[in-house]
Write a protein that binds this ligand. Structure first.
Ligand code: PGA
Length: 248
């Protein structure tokens, strides 16, 4: 089954609301509505401005995180229903920066996935190994543990997965197409085990980690690479538009 390619820009902690407005405008002027599903994920404070600037555009709006409870005494946190009401289409969950710097566990990511789906948000669930884990031949052990912790039979069909080797994020060290394809194929096997043939056939598995205009087309031509989660290069409208063109 042909899966529609899906490219999401993870802006991380960049762009104020007014800067987000400008970047969305720049992006809209460069993108023709196409076969590729496109999303941007600005920081929380810029979501409303980005939503307004995206009016009438097929580009989707994603957040970068959410809490698993709907509401409560969780100072500084944002819930999935809050994001939904703001006009978000989805949310990135379990990014390696959340795991490493903010101590998110597989179990927490799993709770967030369920909360997002319950609120009507599409989750992008991130996974990926560190350099030490790859060199210790633990890549699949780590990635499969992360995904088993975050997904179950019912949620496995309803998400997008982003495989992002931690050593490739923001480093300029992109995984080779063979390295990426190998893990993506394993992830597809795990999806089959968890959610059956429907999950294996329909769930998109994005690659992330130093995706740039000059490497996107080759990565995205791999049979099990269904899109990209793009950090640094998504902050420049030109580069992001070229990556999307490479996904076609
Ligand atoms: P990068 O980030 O493209 O800057 O490597 C990717 C990500 O962290 O999602």
């Amino acid at each position: 089954m042909a899966r529609r390619k899906f490219v999401c820009g993870n802006w991380k902690m960049f762009k104020t609301a007014s800067e987000a407005d400008q970047l969305v405008r720049d992006l809209r002027s460069r993108l023709s509505s196409g076969q590729v599903q496109v999303a941007v994920a600005p920081p929380f404070t810029a979501l409303a401005a980005a939503r307004a600037a995206l009016t009438g555009s097929p580009i989707q709006l994603f957040a970068q995180n959410c809490h698993w409870e709907k509401q409560g005494a969780f100072t500084g946190e944002i819930s999935a229903p809050m994001l939904k009401e703001l006009g978000c289409d989805g949310v990135i969950l379990g990014h390696s920066e959340r795991r490493q710097l903010f101590f998110e566990t597989d179990e927490m990511v799993g709770r967030k996935v369920r909360a997002a789906l319950e609120a009507g948000l599409h989750p992008i669930v991130c996974c990926g190994e560190t350099l030490q884990e790859r060199e210790g031949n633990k890549t699949w052990e780590v990635v499969s543990r992360q995904l088993r912790g975050a997904l179950d039979a019912s949620t496995a069909q309803q998400v997008t997965i982003a495989y992002e080797p931690v050593w490739a994020i923001g480093t300029g060290k992109v995984a080779t197409t063979a390295q990426a394809q190998e893990v993506h194929a394993q992830i597809r096997g795990l999806l089959r085990e968890l959610g059956g043939a429907a999950a294996a056939d329909s769930v998109r598995v994005q690659y992330g980690g130093s995706v740039k205009p000059d490497n996107a087309a080759e990565l995205l031509a791999q049979p099990d690479i269904d899109g990209a989660l793009v950090g640094g290069a998504s902050l420049k409208a030109d580069d992001f538009a070229r990556i999307i063109a490479g996904a076609r």
